[in-house]
Design a protein around this ligand. Structure first.
Ligand code: 13P
Length: 397
């Protein structure tokens, strides 16, 4: 199991002068291609899901595959919501398994950006999840031509970056120093001096969006100036597109699987090139020794009830599933009834938390307190309640 804490992952990259690739994925071909490259290179990697891409896949359906890929990997992996558009998006991302969140309020005024980002940081940190903020404006849309989304680059200033990070407590900052999302118009000119000043002022891992189109030397300079996470998508989509067009032109009658044959390998080759260029190859083993594993907690209650019918028990369970599953950091609420009538404890709640931090924030959350006081405690009889940390590899052998 190699799902790890993204804060630890990027701190390691920051301290050791390399950058972890955050590759946006839109299908299983992308997921498998990215993971194959990370495994080949023994590299940490970030699986990134951008809200602007949700029209191309069902976020809820793809997340179990993304999580399974991370859990079975031998290299350290984090799962990131890219360009989360709202507080609700961040909440949903954590609920579905993201362990890093980007909140993108960069199109708003500085005061609004700080206000919105702070709310997400408070919620996410109570779930143990680190947050990336963005200051300044990186125009364009991943995967599309820059001229279709011209926008003006708004450069991040050192003073604003300092205020923003102090007031929001974000863990990582995406900066605008000349990159754009998607295919560039001409050669990008990057303001390295500005980047170095921001880095000297903040001392936290910096993030570059719009990695496509930068040259090798630019990447090296970015990393030398504190960039520890590079977001990359359009070049992967373009590689896939070239491959599909080649497949289409080589045979007249091509079905889906013939058209997409080799796409995974094409994506993987480009990811591998990036990983090696950005210095994250062969970092997995050292990083693993300094990274907390990302381990879920199961909050288990077994209980009996006093003087209510089975029908009433079902109604309380339904209300609990509805209310408790919307508390930040709760992945799932499972309710159950003992198979045997004479079981010592007849009912169970199993509430799955994304991280141990949720034990406290869940207990004190107003929705939990209200549900427990109004519905559960008045009827609950004997009960046992225990929080179990997930054991995914043996610690005691
Ligand atoms: P590119 O698509 O330009 O590589 O940018 C990706 C990105 O910044 C995702 O957030």
């Amino acid at each position: 199991m190699a799902l790890v804490n993204m804060r630890d992952m990027l701190q390691h990259a920051y301290q050791h002068g390399y950058a972890v690739g955050a590759f946006d994925l839109v299908s299983l071909e992308f997921l498998e291609g990215i993971m194959d490259a990370a495994e080949r290179c023994h590299a940490p990697v970030i699986l990134s899901l951008a809200e602007s891409h949700f029209e191309y896949f069902d976020f809820e359906l793809i997340m179990p595959a993304v999580e399974a890929a991370a859990l079975r990997a031998s290299v350290p992996v984090a799962i990131h919501l890219d360009h989360g558009e709202s507080f609700e998006s961040a909440l949903r991302g954590i609920h579905l398994g993201c362990n890093g969140i980007m909140v993108d309020s960069s199109q708003h005024t500085l005061a609004e950006n700080i206000h919105m980002t702070r709310a997400v940081v408070n919620m996410a940190h109570a779930c143990g999840v680190p947050v990336e903020g963005e200051l300044g404006y990186v125009p364009g849309v991943e995967g599309e031509d820059a001229e279709r989304h011209p926008g003006e680059i708004a450069y991040t200033t050192v003073a604003e970056a300092h205020d923003y990070v102090t007031q929001t407590a974000v863990d990582f900052l995406a900066v605008s120093i000349g990159t754009v999302h998607g295919r560039m118009l001409g050669e990008p000119e990057l303001d390295f001096e500005r980047l170095q000043q921001i880095n000297a002022s903040l001392g936290i891992p910096l993030v570059i969006h719009g990695g496509t189109g930068l040259n090798d030397d630019q990447f090296r300079q970015l990393i030398a100036s504190g960039v520890s996470k590079i977001n990359y998508y359009t070049a992967l989509a373009d590689r896939a597109g070239i491959h599909i067009r080649d497949n289409a032109s080589s045979h007249q009658q091509n079905g889906y699987t013939s058209l997409t044959k080799g796409v995974k390998a094409a994506i993987s080759a480009e990811v591998e090139r990036c990983i090696r260029l950005w210095g994250s190859a062969d970092r997995a083993a050292a990083l693993m020794t300094q990274c907390a594993p990302w381990s879920a907690v199961d909050h288990l209650i077994i209980y009996n009830v006093n003087n209510i019918s089975e029908h009433e028990v079902d109604a309380i369970m339904a209300e609990g599933r509805r209310v408790l599953s919307s508390i930040p950091g709760v992945r799932e609420v499972i309710t159950g009834r003992a198979v045997k009538q004479d079981a010592k404890y007849r009912y169970t709640w199993l509430v799955r938390f994304c991280h141990p931090a949720v034990i406290d924030s869940y207990r004190d959350h107003p929705s939990h307190v209200a549900f427990a006081d109004q519905y559960f405690r008045p009827v609950a009889g004997d009960r046992i309640s225990i929080d179990y940390a997930r054991v995914l590899h043996s610690t005691y052998i």
